[in-house]
Design a protein around this ligand. Structure first.
Ligand code: NDP
Length: 297
């Protein structure tokens, strides 16, 4: 029987443990604060940010939201980041990507104080993760790692294939899987758009993590019996419904389900974990900056 992994259930379990951490911080007179900065009018980005703010509110994290006119000079965003870096009530800063073309993304990532970089994208945090001393693991790959942990799926000695090599999902995911640490120790292959014969790679895997942003790229013919299939992709495809579209993953769920040992659905798989791990990193950021010990899940 294929097990469908429920990201909402695992996310809720972790959030209730984070509630306890927020209480511990409150006892010490600390309220974690997360600042989100939006420099776009893109609807999807606005939705993501408002979901993050709502999740903060639900567990007692102070949400601070800043909007910058997308036509404003890049300096306006950099000044705002400087201001938030200095604000003692702000423990985490998240600049919602993408930023407009005239704003250099690399400068943005470098500008955020690494101790407040709850996305884990600052080069100092990326380096720490690669070296096996992660301070803030990027939220989506960390969420995948937690899903596997909560489902009792051991990665040690397994052959893992990560489809996608982006800085926010594919690369950090692979870096977590190769660590000599719990949730790691997997023999890991990274595939991308220039990979020759993707199916040949995925069929050899015990664990396939699809993060390509390509609808239903991985189908049942590309996996072997019993494979653990984690679908990170969220793609809008046209549909004959009220909204005119539906969300599908990077995995063709119906055919992959026939063979997979475990599989995540879209929506309801990795998505809820990403926001949960942002809360986790914000609680950790407050704990580090305020020197209050908390027992993170
Ligand atoms: P990017 O577009 O930044 O990266 C996609 C990666 O997939 C690239 O490395 C690209 O290769 C590779 N790729 C694209 N097409 C193929 C293909 N046909 N075969 C093999 N590899 C391919 O995307 P992200 O990493 O930001 O996101 C990936 C997906 O995950 C998206 O659908 C996104 O919406 C979703 N996402 C979901 C989150 C969640 O919380 N559930 C959070 C973040 C992302 P190359 O490098 O050669 O171009």
């Amino acid at each position: 029987m294929t097990e469908i992994i429920d990201g909402n259930e695992v996310g809720d379990a972790i959030r209730s443990e984070l509630d306890g951490c927020v209480d511990t911080l409150a006892d010490a007179g600390v309220r974690p604060g997360l600042a989100t900065v939006l420099m776009t009018t893109d609807g999807a980005s606005e939705t993501y940010v408002s979901m993050k703010q709502k999740a903060c509110d639900e567990i007692g994290i102070e949400g601070i939201h800043e909007e910058i006119d997308p036509d404003a000079p890049a300096e306006r965003l950099f000044d705002k980041i400087d201001e938030l870096n200095e604000d003692p009530d702000v423990h985490g800063i998240l600049v919602q990507m993408p930023v407009p073309d005239h704003v250099d993304k690399w400068t943005v990532l470098n500008r955020i104080d690494p101790i407040k970089d709850v996305d884990g994208f600052h080069p100092q945090n990326v380096g720490s993760l690669v070296a096996g001393h992660a301070r803030y693991k990027p939220c989506t790959p960390h969420g995948v790692q937690k899903l596997l942990e909560y489902e009792g799926i051991d990665t040690e000695g397994k052959d893992a294939v990560v489809v996608g090599r982006s800085d926010i999902v594919g690369k950090p995911m692979a870096n977590l899987l190769i660590q000599k640490a719990p949730g790691g120790n997997a023999t890991t292959t990274i595939c991308h758009s220039r990979t020759d014969d993707l199916g040949e790679k995925t069929r050899q895997a015990d664990l396939v993590i699809a993060a390509a942003g390509y609808p239903e790229l991985v189908d049942g013919s590309m996996i072997s019996e019993g494979t653990v299939v984690i679908d990170v992709g969220v793609n809008r495809v046209e549909a004959d419904n009220e909204k005119g579209y539906e969300l599908v993953g990077d995995v063709e769920f119906e055919s992959a389900k026939e063979k997979a040992g475990h599989i995540t659905p879209v929506p309801g798989g990795v998505g809820p974990m990403t926001i949960t791990m942002l809360l986790y990193n914000t609680v950790k950021a407050a704990s580090l900056q305020e020197d209050v010990d908390v027992e993170l899940p």
